[in-house]
Design a protein. Sequence first.
Length: 85
Amino acid sequence: LGVKKIATGATALLFLNYVHAIATGVLSTAGTFRKIPMLGGHAALACILIARFKQLKPDSMQSVKKFYKHIWDLFYSEYVLYTLI
């Protein structure tokens, strides 16, 4: 399949996960989540994901490793975000 297709698919799925989290925050009843961290936090992480994906150079192993590290950084950031929502 290649790096480009795998990275594109993984990014799309993770982005959809952020969209779902934002939609959950919008559609939830009042008081279920703190809206600003739920909506703003996931929107910010989604933007970071897209920005990092745009920086990816699939032919460069160093770039691929850096992108992979940034994916893990997003996952760890989610743990911090959970304490706020």
